[in-house]
Design a protein around this ligand. Structure first.
Ligand SMILES: CC(C)(COP(=O)(O)OP(=O)(O)OC[C@H]1O[C@@H](n2cnc3c(N)ncnc32)[C@H](O)[C@@H]1OP(=O)(O)O)[C@@H](O)C(=O)NCCC(=O)NCCS
Length: 151
């Protein structure tokens, strides 16, 4: 938990800070990349019950962070692939990200969407944001990866 907390805190411009209690409560939805006893990167996911149908929900990937010294070595890619592989069991209709690194996510098939299409997420999640005063003008880019629904 401490390592995940520190990794997220390493990127105050790109990532929303998360309290240790939030990390603890969602620890089963957090992936890490570990090498030689050190945690080099992390990525979280959460179901967005406000968007989509229960049998094919939308799932958000968030808090994606790779420590600065270990960038561009495939850690971020490995984390995103592992999260996508894992969440497929929930048959998501789409995966959502809000990010400052659209080119990173584009290579997995994510495409930019208007924030208005994610209004319920913005209402439930972003309304508590302490960083930007308006979710529709916040500079993060909304992207989705649409998956064929098998249900
Ligand atoms: C985005 C991030 C997770 C990528 O991690 P990484 O381990 O360096 O990624 P990879 O090594 O798997 O990168 C593969 C490719 O993705 C692209 N890429 C990597 N980081 C990128 C970024 N910040 N912006 C755009 N494209 C990026 C590059 O094409 C890269 O290939 P290259 O190494 O040959 O240049 C990392 O830069 C990071 O922690 N950034 C700060 C936090 C953040 O912005 N998180 C995403 C928002 S949720």
């Amino acid at each position: 938990m401490d390592a995940v907390y520190a990794l997220i805190k390493e990127h105050p411009r790109e990532l929303l800070p998360r309290a240790i209690s939030d990390i603890a409560q969602n620890i089963d939805r957090i992936f890490v990349c570990e090498a030689g006893g050190r945690i080099l990167g992390t990525a979280s996911w959460q179901i967005l019950p406000e968007i989509g149908r229960p049998k094919s929900p939308s799932i958000e990937i968030k808090s994606v962070s790779v420590t600065k010294r270990r960038r561009h070595k495939g850690v971020g890619t490995a984390l995103i692939k592992a999260v996508i592989r894992h969440i497929r069991q929930y048959h998501p209709s789409q995966i959502v990200v809000l990010t400052f690194a659209p080119d990173f996510f584009r290579q997995f098939g994510f495409r930019e969407v208007a924030k208005e299409t994610l209004l319920p997420k913005l209402y439930m999640g972003c309304i508590n944001c302490t960083k930007y005063d308006n979710p529709l003008t916040c500079p993060e880019i909304a992207m989705t990866l649409t998956l064929p629904s098998s249900r």
